[in-house]
Ligand binder design. Structure first.
Ligand SMILES: *[C@@H]1O[C@H](CO)[C@@H](O)[C@H](O)[C@H]1NC(C)=O
Ligand SMILES: *[C@@H]1O[C@H](CO)[C@@H](O)[C@H](O)[C@H]1NC(C)=O
Length: 339
């Protein structure tokens, strides 16, 4: 009897770690090869596969058990000119190395939206410089589990500012962005970290700007140091796509808390906009967000959209990770001068 109960408990523990599966793609990472050496992914109509992880110890095998690629081979594809496509079939990732590897793998089925979008790989400790003009929409896959955005330079047209998602190019349309640029000036003074191994930058119209990313910088820079700027706070693994349920990415930085504190003043007036969504199971783990005198303890599944006006803004945000929970949130705060 006890054995059965134990088994049932174990099975339900496994079931909680659902993979991040979208309508036309899947993102597999650490959790998918934990306690198992194989993980199937969808490719029934053919698919395009990506991985920035430089390892020979995770291989892609076809239905007959033949090796068709290693993650290292995928990481070495010159994405400026090539892609790695698989014909329709059944495939699995197989771990042939030590147990519980750290990796990220993105498989997009033929017929997915935005299929030809550019993809770039970000390696730990290396910075990369992108020109929005050259890339257009772009998906970034990161070996550190973070994508850090800063130095948004040269953006000038309001209708071609970036919107950033913690998902691949195929699913962005169905997801909530973690960042929406509100002005070219504000964008140039904004820097933030998205705690996800995958991020997509979308532009409604061809853009004219450039930006730099560093993905080893998990702490990020202090945000809201200027009256015209935005701040973005995301919990590790946040996806933002209703279709994935409570699933989170598991290749993430070891963040156990998020704390932020900023005070800005301008006598001619400030306008503050707060937008976010959260899924936090217990009141005890609530996200604490205070804007001036408005003290909020956010928990449950909901979104927030508020604005404030005044000559001074005090922002305090505090959250502690509950290791046992699948809690997640993303909050964007924009401050602009009204003078
Ligand atoms: C980026 O993708 C969106 C959504 O598919 C599309 O509307 C837009 O035109 C694309 N932007 C560029 C610059 O191609
Ligand atoms: C306050 O806002 C005005 C109008 O945008 C701006 O010109 C001025 O530099 C700001 N002052 C400070 C201290 O940021």
């Amino acid at each position: 009897e006890t054995m059965w109960r134990l088994l049932v408990l174990l099975l339900s523990a496994v079931a909680i770690e659902a993979r991040v599966s979208f309508a036309k793609s899947e993102v597999l990472d650490n959790v998918d090869l934990q306690g198992t050496n194989k993980a199937a992914f969808r490719c029934s109509a053919g698919c395009r596969i990506f991985s920035p992880t430089k390892t020979d110890q995770i291989v892609v095998i076809d239905g007959a058990g033949n090796k068709v690629a290693t993650l290292r081979m995928l990481s070495e594809v010159n994405l400026a000119v090539e892609r790695f496509d698989l014909p329709a079939g059944s495939y699995e990732l197989k771990n042939v190395g030590p147990p519980n590897p750290s990796f990220v793998f993105y498989a997009v089925e033929v017929g997915a939206a935005n299929f030809e979008t550019e993809v770039h790989y970000l390696d730990d400790f290396l910075s990369a410089f992108f020109s929005a003009e050259a890339t257009g929409n772009i998906t970034l896959l990161s070996t550190s589990g973070t994508v850090s955005f800063y130095n948004f330079l040269g953006f000038s047209q309001l209708d071609s500012l970036p919107t950033i998602y913690a998902a691949g190019f195929d699913s962005a349309d169905a997801c909530r962005p973690v960042f929406t640029a509100r002005s070219a000036v504000g964008l140039s003074r904004t820097a933030f970290v998205v705690n996800s191994p995958i991020a997509t930058v979308m532009f409604d119209k061809p853009a004219d700007g450039r930006w730099v990313l560093v993905n080893s910088d998990t702490e990020g820079k202090k945000q809201l140091t200027n009256v015209d700027s935005s701040a973005v706070y995301t919990t590790p693994g946040y996806v933002g796509c209703p279709s994935v349920g409570d699933a989170l990415y598991s290749l993430v930085p070891p963040l156990t808390k998020i704390d932020a504190d900023a005070t800005l003043t301008n006598d001619t007036g400030l306008h503050i906009i707060v937008n976010g969504d959260y899924s936090i199971a217990d009141q005890a783990d609530a996200l604490s967000l205070t804007i001036n005198d408005d003290v909020m303890k956010l928990y449950g599944k909901n979104s927030i959209s508020k604005s404030y006006d005044g000559s001074k803004v005090d922002v305090k945000l505090a959250w502690k990770k509950n290791e046992k929970a699948k809690d997640a949130f993303a909050v964007q705060i924009d401050v602009s001068s009204t003078g």
